[in-house]
Design a protein around this ligand. Structure first.
Ligand SMILES: CC(C)(COP(=O)(O)OP(=O)(O)OC[C@H]1O[C@@H](n2cnc3c(N)ncnc32)[C@H](O)[C@@H]1OP(=O)(O)O)[C@@H](O)C(=O)NCCC(=O)NCCS
Length: 197
């Protein structure tokens, strides 16, 4: 990591201005505002990579939205231990330098989520294919390797939002002390067809 690059947790305070290339999920100013909101949310975790006076990368981990399919897990036994990767993104000019891996290592390396179940839902429309020069399936495989370094594994699912594109994927990190009831609820939900049992 270059000497002027810093990785830190963001708690409460707003992030430094977003690099103009952080546009995969939303326009950079809107994503900056979304990350600022998450940094104020006591249930969420945000880490940022900064260079000079700009944010060049970030990772958010948060409870899934209760109105979404996976948000139903919050009502399961142990449901306060379910999280999802909200987003991870590094500005194109800074990719391939280890910042993304460092964000994952910082978040998951210290045992913080070992009593939790953390989802990562990969949607092909997030893959930034134009800049990568790879096909969507190749990017999915690369992302699976990227997340596997901190213990995420791919799982099949019947969630139609995921199955509609073979380049999408459901990944999960089941912490060594994740509540058994939560793990069971996840297994039931991932195999449940759309619209409920
Ligand atoms: C995925 C991403 C955060 C990785 O950040 P990074 O700083 O380049 O990460 P690293 O330098 O630590 O390298 C990451 C590894 O993942 C690979 N990789 C996986 N998916 C990738 C992707 N979509 N784009 C670029 N690299 C990717 C890299 O090739 C590299 O593997 P290697 O070390 O075996 O060559 C970054 O590429 C990015 O912002 N991509 C667009 C947004 C995105 O795809 N987010 C995830 C959606 S779920």
């Amino acid at each position: 990591m270059p000497a002027d690059v810093r990785l830190r947790a963001l708690r409460g305070a707003p992030p430094l201005p977003f690099d103009a290339g952080l546009d995969v999920f939303r326009a950079p100013d809107r994503q900056e505002a979304a990350i600022a909101r998450l940094a104020r949310d006591p249930a969420a975790f945000v880490w940022v990579v900064e260079q000079g006076d700009a944010t060049i990368g970030y990772l958010s981990v948060q409870p899934p939205d209760p109105v979404e399919r996976w948000g139903a897990l919050r009502r399961a036994p142990g449901g306060d231990a379910v999280y999802e990767i909200g987003a991870i993104e590094v500005a194109p000019r800074a990719r391939g330098a280890g910042h993304g891996s460092a964000l994952l290592d910082t978040a998951f390396g210290g045992g913080r989520f070992d009593d939790a179940l953390v989802l990562a839902v990969l949607y092909a429309w997030h893959y930034d294919l134009a800049r990568r020069g790879l096909g969507a399936l190749q990017v999915r495989r690369a992302l699976q390797r990227f997340y596997a370094r901190v213990g995420f594994e791919a799982r099949t699912t019947r969630d139609p939002d995921i199955t509609e594109d073979p380049a999408n994927a459901l990944l999960v990190r089941v912490g060594s002390r994740a509540p058994a009831g939560l793990v069971a609820a996840f297994e039931a939900l991932r195999t449940q067809p759309a619209g409920g049992p």
